[in-house]
Design a protein around this ligand. Structure first.
Ligand code: SF4
Length: 495
């Protein structure tokens, strides 16, 4: 049986990092880890190939080769995913769709021959057996959430690593919190499940043996969701990193209560965590409470962020506009908050009512849902009726983006981040780094709209931040991506 695993294209957004990655000759941020895990679960007798359409086209010859095409994706990939499903069906190739999108859309909406709802570990063996026998069902739905200790070593042999900016490892799934807008708890549950420490170390060994040197994103929903287990992991990571001369720079996602746990902060720093993404959402206490983001309430969030940064970790932040309790002053407050936070990478989006969330259910009851939405929270297309006038909300959203991604505002945050964290990565000599520096000087320093701010920053990087010049230039290049995407968002025609 020839199994073709296909990952649909992700649209250009803040999360794609596409415009920064091109400086280094990379094509996408990270490989599709879910499909690499599915590949490892398929019967050993099956031949398998991967086409990640973010880095290469899906060719007719691929479809001629395939007996079955397995697709995975998120809601944001719906349109490209559907176009691949239709292409396969037109050629008579059997299709299977799984991943988070199958929990957001109905089987009919996905149009595939077989839909897999739930996590692959408990389903792929039965699906493969039924396909071989010619008795595969239209829908496979996991009866329970599997133990992550059943999860195999992802099949890295299918990936050309040089095309990607970051490699990925998953340690846990699920999150103990219950934010109203989030679909993580609905899909993966509130009791975080983790891999065994040995599994994670085996994945790092695999990356190391395959020649990967660079950032590794631990793509957990909330890395500190199970604090007892994560302490065990961190002890092992510290040892592994020491034995391997701190080969990897880790990035992960966590909740803001990380700031309250000094022991955990020390351990993450010692294990080589350089960046952590936090869902901060909004400076409005009322909106946090209404969204049930209680872990961010009753605290000085700026102080919590600064505390995490004081352990050398860059904080990336997720922010949302469009809560029912947002008032007219939320836009200016958010700009001020982000500037004070020294968070260079601020992912600001509009609230989306994702199907299968408590928010979607509430808004449906209130008759305010317009459609299932496209999963892209920067698209300026609301899929529900907000309390604030919709045009005003979108105008305010664009105001925030224009302000925080103006050259001066962005580089001011980077300078403050460098002062607080003194990060020491990215300074080694490599062709990719030289290429990135050259393109940065050309695109940002010569023809870039923010070139004045850029040169001021470069001067500071060469004087005040010489010890962290590599990180400074990495952040400059990142800024280019955010400025390009911001330009697209603010100049798009109102829908
Ligand atoms: S903390 Fe993050 S992952 Fe957890 S429920 Fe809230 S938004 Fe979702």
């Amino acid at each position: 049986m020839n199994a073709l695993l296909v990952y649909p294209q992700c649209p250009d957004s803040y999360w794609s990092f596409r415009h920064a990655l091109s400086f280094q000759g990379k094509r996408a941020a990270q490989p599709p880890l879910g499909l690499l895990t599915v590949a490892a679960l398929l019967p050993a007798s099956w031949d398998r190939r991967l086409v990640d359409t973010n880095v290469e086209p899906l060719k007719e010859a691929d479809l001629v080769w395939a007996d079955v095409v397995l697709l995975s994706g998120m809601l944001i990939q719906r349109d490209p995913l559907l176009s691949i499903v239709r292409r396969c069906r037109a050629r008579g190739v059997r299709t299977v769709v799984g991943g988070p999108i199958s929990s957001s859309l109905t089987p009919d909406e996905l149009e595939a021959d077989h839909i897999v709802i739930g996590e692959a570990e408990g389903l792929v063996a039965a699906l493969a057996r039924d396909i071989e026998r010619g008795v595969a069902q239209p829908v496979y739905c996991a009866a329970e959430r599997p133990s992550m200790e059943q999860s195999p070593l992802p099949d890295l042999s299918l990936v050309r690593m040089k095309r990607y900016g970051t490699m990925t490892v998953q340690y846990s799934r699920g999150c103990p919190f219950n934010c109203e807008f989030c679909n993580i708890v609905e899909i993966y549950g509130r009791r975080p499940r983790t891999k065994a420490v040995a599994q994670v170390l085996a994945e790092l060994d695999q990356l190391c043996a395959a020649g990967w040197r660079g950032p590794v994103f631990i793509v957990d929903d909330n890395f500190i969701g199970n604090k007892v287990r994560v302490r065990e992991l961190l002890s092992a990571l510290i040892e592994w990193q020491r034995e391997h001369q701190y080969l990897f720079r880790f990035i992960t996602e966590a909740s803001l209560n990380l700031a309250d746990d000094e022991e955990l902060l020390h351990a993450m720093r010692d294990a080589g965590f350089a960046s952590v993404f936090l869902g901060i959402e909004t400076p409005s206490e009322a909106s946090l409470a209404a969204a049930n983001k209680l872990q961010n309430t009753r605290r000085d969030m700026l102080a919590s962020i600064a505390r995490i940064q004081s352990f050398g970790m860059e904080v990336m932040g997720g922010f949302i506009l469009g809560f029912d309790t947002d008032s007219e002053d939320v836009f200016e407050r958010l700009v001020q908050f982000i500037q004070k936070s020294a968070i260079p990478i601020a992912m600001v989006g509009l609230l989306q009512a994702i199907p299968n969330t408590r928010l979607f259910q509430r808004l449906s009851r209130e008759g305010r849902v317009l459609d299932t939405g496209g999963g892209n929270n920067t698209s300026c297309e609301l899929n529900f009726r907000p309390h604030m006038n919709a045009d005003r909300l979108i105008e305010g959203y664009r105001f925030v983006l224009r302000r925080i991604y103006s050259g001066d505002a962005y580089f001011e945050r980077v300078r403050e981040y460098l002062s607080r964290c003194r990060p020491h990565y990215g300074a080694h000599f490599s062709l990719a780094n030289v290429r990135a520096l050259f393109f940065s000087l050309m695109r940002q320093g010569v023809i870039g709209k923010a070139r004045l701010s850029y040169w001021k920053f470069l001067l500071a990087a060469l004087t005040r931040y010489r010890d962290c010049f590599g990180a400074a230039m990495t952040m400059a290049v990142m800024g280019y991506h955010f400025q390009v995407v911001t330009e697209q968002i603010v100049s798009a025609e109102p829908s």
